[in-house]
Write a protein that binds this ligand. Structure first.
Ligand code: PLP
Length: 454
C-alpha cells in the first residue's frame, strides 16, 4: 500500500515565516481575526474529501496532460502572501509584491537575453497572448495574424475577440510550421504578425524560428513567440541542435509569452508577457479613476490589460526564482533536462516495442504514440482502450487527435478511413518521471495486454 503522501513537513516553516512577517507590523495595536476553528476544521476536512476526486497529478504515474505540481517554495510563499493579499494592479495595492514582480519578470527576460524589456505577469498564457496580439494589432492595423495549425487554439479565438483576421499555416511532418506555406502567405503582403510556437501544446514541437527570422529580412512583420509551455527549455543543454538554434535566436523576436504555471513550478494563475521594445507601453495608456496614483513610478496596472492581479502570484514566483535561479547548468535546468531525458527514454522504449508506433522524436518532453494498427479508426479505438486500461494500472496518459495531413507523413501505410486519428500522448513534465520510466513502461505493457484480453 503506497499511499500518496502530500508534503506536510514544510508547514512548520510556513508558521515560522508568518511569525517573521508579523514582526514587520509590530507597532500596530494588537488585533486577532476571529476564526471558528471547529467549523473551519469540519469544512476543511469535508473539502479534503471532495478533493479526493482527482487524478493523481502529483504522482509520477500521472503522465498525461500538461500538469505539474507547484514546488513547496511556491505554495508556501503564495500562502504567506495571501495573508496580506496584495493586489499588483498598483504600488499602493502591493508595494513589496509589485517590486518582486518586476524583479522576477526581469529575471525571466534576462533568461531570454533581454536586459531591457517591458513585461508583467498575467492570469495565464491566454491572457498574456491576448496582450501580445492586441499590441500586434495596434502596431499593424488591418493586417492578419498567422500561426501554425498546431499553435494553441486560443490564438484564433483571441484574434476573433480583438477583431483581427487570423490564418492557420500548415505544418510539416513533425508538427512545426511549414516554411513554404508561410512564405506563400507572406507574399500577399497582408500579414502583420507571425506567431511562432516554441513548444506546441499537443506535441512539444518547436517552430523553425531561424527560418522565420530569415523571412523577416524579406517581408515586414512582427514575430510573437508563444513559449507558454516550452520557454524554460531555453536553459537546457540536451536539445537537438535544430531546437537549440531556435532557442538561441529567441532574443530577436518582438514579444514572448511564457507560463510560470506550466514549467516554472507555480500554481495556476501565473503567465507572463514580455515585449522587447519598452515603448509599446504607450499603447496601454489609460485613465482609470480607480487607479491609485501615490507613486511617480510606473504602475504595473498601467502596462497591463487586467486590473486586479494576485500579488501572491508574484511573491511565489520571486521566492521560487530565489531558490531556483534561472541559470544554465543550475538545479532548475537540470530538472528540466531530466524531463526531456524521460521523454527520450520513453520514445526509445516505444520504438523497441512492436505493440506501439511512434510518430516523431520528442523535441521537448511530450511523446505521442499509438498502438499498432492498420487503419485510422482501429488505431483510434485501440488508443482509447489502452488509455482506459492504463488508468486501471494507475498510469494516467492523455489522448490527442491529429489530422491525417500531419500523421500520414510518418505512417505511410495505414488506411485513412476517417480524417483524424486519436493517439496517446504523454507529457513528462516532472523530473521524477525519469526515475519512474521503467514503471511507466511496465504499466503500459500491462495495459496493452489487458486491452487485448478485454
Ligand atoms: C498552455 C498554453 C497556452 C495557454 O495558456 P494558459 O495558461 O492555459 O491560458 C498557450 N500557448 C501554449 C503553447 C500553451 O502550451
Amino acid at each position: 500500500m503506497g499511499a500518496i503522501t502530500f508534503d506536510k513537513t514544510t508547514l512548520a516553516i510556513l508558521a515560522e515565516a508568518l511569525e517573521r512577517l508579523d514582526e514587520g507590523f509590530r507597532d500596530l495595536p494588537a488585533f486577532a481575526p476571529i476564526i471558528d476553528h471547529e467549523v473551519l476544521r469540519a469544512v476543511l476536512l469535508e473539502t479534503a474529501d471532495r478533493m479526493q476526486d482527482n487524478f493523481p497529478y502529483q504522482h509520477p504515474l500521472y503522465a498525461g496532460q500538461m500538469l505539474k505540481p507547484p514546488h513547496p517554495v511556491a505554495r508556501l510563499a503564495y500562502a504567506m502572501a495571501q495573508t496580506i493579499n496584495p493586489n499588483n494592479h498598483a504600488l499602493d495595492g502591493g508595494r513589496a509584491s509589485s517590486a518582486m514582480e518586476k524583479e522576477a519578470v526581469a529575471h525571466i527576460a534576462a533568461m531570454f537575453g533581454w536586459h531591457e524589456h517591458l513585461g508583467h505577469l498575467t492570469g495565464g498564457g491566454t491572457m498574456a497572448n491576448l496582450e501580445a496580439l492586441w499590441t500586434a494589432g495596434r502596431l499593424h492595423p488591418g493586417k492578419r495574424i498567422v500561426a501554425s495549425q498546431q499553435a494553441h487554439y486560443t490564438h484564433s479565438r483571441i484574434s476573433e475577440v480583438l477583431g483581427l483576421s487570423f490564418q492557420a499555416i500548415t505544418t510539416d511532418g513533425r508538427a512545426r510550421m511549414d516554411m513554404d506555406a508561410l512564405e506563400a502567405v507572406l507574399q500577399t503582403g497582408e500579414i502583420g504578425t507571425v506567431v511562432v510556437t516554441m513548444g506546441t501544446t499537443a506535441t512539444g514541437s518547436v517552430d523553425p524560428l531561424p527560418d522565420v527570422l530569415a523571412l523577416r529580412e524579406k517581408y515586414d512583420f512582427r514575430i510573437h513567440a508563444d513559449a507558454a509551455y516550452g520557454g524554460y527549455y531555453n536553459l537546457v543543454g540536451n536539445l537537438t541542435p535544430e531546437v537549440r538554434a531556435a532557442y538561441d535566436c529567441l532574443n530577436q523576436v518582438d514579444s514572448i509569452v511564457i507560463d510560470p504555471h506550466k514549467h516554472g513550478l507555480q500554481p495556476f494563475g501565473c503567465g507572463c508577457i514580455l515585449f522587447k521594445d519598452p515603448a509599446v507601453g504607450a499603447l496601454y495608456k489609460h485613465d482609470s479613476p480607480y487607479t491609485y496614483f501615490s507613486s511617480a513610478e510606473l504602475h504595473l496596472g498601467e502596462i497591463s490589460l487586467e486590473c486586479s492581479r494576485a500579488g501572491a502570484s508574484a511573491v511565489a514566483l520571486w521566492a521560487t526564482q530565489r531558490m531556483f535561479p534561472l541559470e544554465r547548468g543550475g538545479p532548475f535546468a537540470a530538472d528540466l533536462a531530466k524531463c526531456r531525458q524521460a521523454a527520450l527514454t520513453l520514445y526509445a522504449m516505444l520504438n523497441d516495442n512492436l505493440r506501439f508506433m511512434t510518430v516523431f522524436p520528442p523535441q521537448l518532453d511530450i511523446v505521442i504514440f499509438a498502438p499498432t494498427g492498420s487503419s485510422a479508426s482501429a488505431i483510434s479505438r485501440r488508443s482509447r482502450e489502452i488509455f482506459d486500461a492504463a488508468a486501471a494500472e494507475n498510469l494516467h496518459l492523455a489522448l490527442a487527435s491529429f489530422p491525417q495531413t500531419l500523421i500520414e507523413k510518418t505512417w505511410k501505410t495505414i488506411e485513412w478511413d476517417q480524417p483524424t486519428v486519436t493517439v496517446l500522448r504523454s507529457c513528462l513534465m516532472k523530473p521524477e518521471h525519469l526515475d519512474w520510466i521503467e514503471d511507466i513502461g511496465t504499466a503500459l505493457e500491462a495495459a496493452a495486454s489487458a486491452a487485448v484480453m478485454g
